[in-house]
Design a protein around this ligand. Structure first.
Ligand code: DOR
Ligand code: ZN
Length: 347
């Protein structure tokens, strides 16, 4: 047997699903992402949400201003789909370089109050997107209180995604942060118009992580972590060679005091060590050789964009992320704070 690899060099990866927030927070979180990734798809769920081409351009400017000097990083902007996002905003957005719109079912997650109440209300806009070649990114969970929280993704596929794909067969859709074997299977069996992102935390953890030794709010995100069989199905999808699965961290920073709270916010912060966590998953699965396609090739192929030039190098070297980062006036507690990681980004 070959000795395990001690370093791995891959084409600079991209993050196809990221929350960076706004204002002071950008100074902490943007440098973390820019140190690893060449580009990132920026989620539009600000307060108020990013719903126009002009707002997206202004937000991109604020993000670029937080990129450290000498670092090349490109934010890829998205619009927040609402019941009344006008169809003619799509052409303006396309011209402004916006690459996608995000569908949040109203009430599904953080800052989704302005989200879509009935997908049929968005059909003229989706029509314009299909025509313009703009992608639709989906938070795939139904919101009905009658549906068990752990079943909301699987039910979304049946009730919403299948009819949507029938009605817009050539709309490119990314099912974001999938968490179940049902979603992995549905995406694998679909065609070139459907892809999916996988987070590091859903690949590393099952739902026990939220309850080990007490309630652990920093492992709470939406869609919530699922059973071990689902985690295993996600790992199989990530390493399986299907090019429609790709890296999207869903790194979602919140002030620590709002996560450690009676109604703690959903979101895991992983941007400080994202590629290291993915390397850990692929290594544990004996599939480090599959990391580059997942992290650096499959996303650009699905979005119709060129691959990054340049590389990053990871070394098998234990290091421990800090307990917290400054986050405006607050504190940000990253996933794995104070806990050793086996892979380290060295260049
Ligand atoms: O856990 C999550 N946090 N899931 C989401 O869909 C949104 C995100 C956030 O913005 O905090
Ligand atoms: Zn997200």
């Amino acid at each position: 047997m070959n000795a395990p690899a001690q370093t791995i060099t891959i084409t600079r990866p991209d993050d196809w699903h990221l929350h960076v927030r706004d204002g002071e927070a950008l100074r902490t979180v943007v440098p973390h992402t820019a140190a690893q990734f060449g580009r990132a798809i920026i989620m539009p769920n600000l307060k108020p949400p990013v719903t126009t081409a002009a707002q997206a351009q202004a937000y991109a400017g604020r993000i670029r201003a937080a990129v450290p000097a000498g670092v090349a990083f490109e934010p890829l902007m998205t619009l927040y789909l609402t019941d009344n996002l006008p169809a003619d905003e799509i052409a303006r957005a396309k011209d402004a370089g916006v690459v996608a719109a995000k569908l949040y079912p109203a009430g599904a997650t953080t800052n989704s109050d302005a989200g879509v109440t009935d997908i049929r209300k968005t059909y003229r806009t989706l029509e314009a997107m299909q025509k313009a070649g703009m992608l639709l990114l989906v938070h795939g969970e139904v919101t009905s209180p009658d549906i068990d929280l752990f079943d909301r993704e699987a039910v979304f596929i049946e009730q919403q995604l299948k009819p949507l794909r029938r009605d817009f067969p050539e709309l490119k859709i990314v099912m974001e942060h999938i968490t179940t074997k049902e979603a992995a299977q549905y995406v694998a069996e679909s065609d070139q118009y459907l892809g999916a992102t996988l987070t590091a935390h859903h690949l590393l953890y099952n739902r026990n992580a939220i309850f080990t030794g007490g309630i652990r709010p920093h492992y709470y995100c939406l869609p919530v972590l699922k059973r071990e069989i689902h985690r295993q199905a996600l790992v199989a999808a990530a390493i399986g060679g299907n090019a429609r699965f790709f890296l999207g961290t869903d790194s979602a920073p919140h002030p620590a005091h709002l996560k450690e709270h009676a109604t703690g916010c959903a979101g895991c912060y992983t941007a400080h060590a994202a590629i290291e966590m993915y390397a850990e998953v692929f290594d544990a699965a004996g599939a480090l050789d599959k990391l580059e396609a997942f992290a650096s090739f499959n996303g650009p192929a699905f979005y119709g964009l060129p691959r990054n030039t340049g590389t990053i190098t990871l070394k098998r070297e234990s290091w421990t992320p800090p307990e917290s980062f400054a986050f405006g006036e607050a504190e940000l507690k990253p996933l794995r704070s104070g806990e050793a990681l086996p892979w380290k980004l060295i260049a």
